[in-house]
Design a protein around this ligand. Structure first.
Ligand SMILES: Cc1cc2nc3c(=O)[nH]c(=O)nc-3n(C[C@H](O)[C@H](O)[C@H](O)COP(=O)(O)OP(=O)(O)OC[C@H]3O[C@@H](n4cnc5c(N)ncnc54)[C@H](O)[C@@H]3O)c2cc1C
Length: 299
């Protein structure tokens, strides 16, 4: 019987695997290698790793984990997680069944972008979702915020710190009241509420946005606010409580309300979603797992 299965091998799952390996726990980490940040060229804001390629980050993490023989990493998808009594049963995409005493869910999020032609040609190259991750690279350029949600106003205020040459596009949605529009206008931020017809540019570098009335505005990049949903529904189907943003509720050691089930990274935090926060979350969930396994020996 395994001590723990970690589902998801992003920064959260990888750091959980490292800590559990060092704690001599028998662990398998399953990862199907489709992380949310795969589209981006560089990841920023993690001290000692600023500007690293997401793929390189994972390679270094795998080298770190390989030093600890009780941890195995399998490049496979988990399709089901069930709990019977105190034991978890996980099913792989090949139909194999694995039993474990504890499970760490670190499957991250999926993004649903506004339905705009060619948006994915630019996403991760000149259009991003997080100014803390990519604002520095776009500083002082003519930028746009694309947001169909009420968070448009928050995003506009934050992005204004990186560039004063800013427009906000709501793509047909009426998300702003007159006071908000007035506040943005006073800062020289124009709001475009008409539908976006297309984004134009080359090799991922944005050049302009074209609206349904054929008005064209030159832009070099910007930020979009996608809708975030859980990458898997395991947490929900096992009965996990969630907080208002939809993340799985945990205590300070990653414990969910389901005994033996832990959650870490974007899957529990949702915002702010950052590599360093996900890694730290994986660390503390691993400490939670090890603490509980250690305690059970004395029960
Ligand atoms: C475009 C973009 C740019 C970003 N830039 C930055 C940046 O510069 N700096 C920064 O700090 N943050 C950045 N982020 C955010 C950062 O990538 C996330 O916060 C971080 O990766 C979250 O880590 P995680 O381990 O929780 O989830 P993820 O990194 O999403 O990893 C989840 C893993 O679980 C796997 N998985 C999912 N379901 C299953 C399953 N059923 N079975 C097996 N495996 C499964 C996935 O394949 C994936 O590998 C960026 C995000 C995006 C989208």
């Amino acid at each position: 019987m395994l001590d723990c299965v970690i589902v998801g091998g992003g920064p959260a799952g990888l750091n959980a695997a490292l800590v559990l390996g060092r704690a001599r726990r028998r662990v398998i980490l399953f990862d199907n290698n489709s992380p949310r940040n795969a589209v981006t060229q560089e990841s920023h804001g993690f001290i000692t790793r600023d500007g690293i390629k997401p793929k390189e980050f994972r390679e270094i993490a795998h080298q770190d984990i390989a030093k600890y023989p009780s941890v195995r990493v399998r490049n496979e998808k988990i399709t089901d997680v069930k709990k019977t009594g105190n034991i978890f049963e996980l099913v792989t995409e090949k139909g194999e069944s694995i039993n474990a005493k504890k499970v760490v869910l670190a499957t991250g999020l999926k993004e649903i972008h506004p339905s705009i032609e060619k948006i994915m040609d630019f996403y991760g190259k000149s259009l991003f979702s997080c100014p803390y991750c990519d604002g520095w690279e776009l500083k002082d350029l003519p930028l746009m915020v694309i947001s169909e949600s009420p968070s448009a106003i928050h995003m506009a205020k934050i992005v204004y710190n990186w560039s004063k040459d800013l427009i906000v596009c709501t793509n047909g949605k009426k998300t702003f009241g007159p006071e908000q529009k007035d506040m943005l206008q006073k800062k020289g931020i124009k709001v475009y509420e008409q539908n976006i017809k297309s984004l134009v540019g080359r090799n991922g570098d944005l050049e302009a946005v074209i609206f349904e009335d054929d008005e064209e505005v030159k832009r070099k990049g910007g930020f979009v606010t996608p809708e975030w949903i859980q990458a898997t529904t395991f947490g929900y189907s096992l009965g996990c409580e969630t907080h208002e943003l939809g993340g799985i509720k945990t205590d300070q050691f990653g414990r969910t309300n389901i005994e033996g089930l832990y959650a870490a990274g974007d899957t529990s935090v949702i915002a702010p979603s950052q590599v360093i926060i996900a890694a730290a979350e994986g660390n503390r969930a691993a400490i939670g797992v090890n603490t509980d396994l250690s305690q059970e020996v004395f029960n």
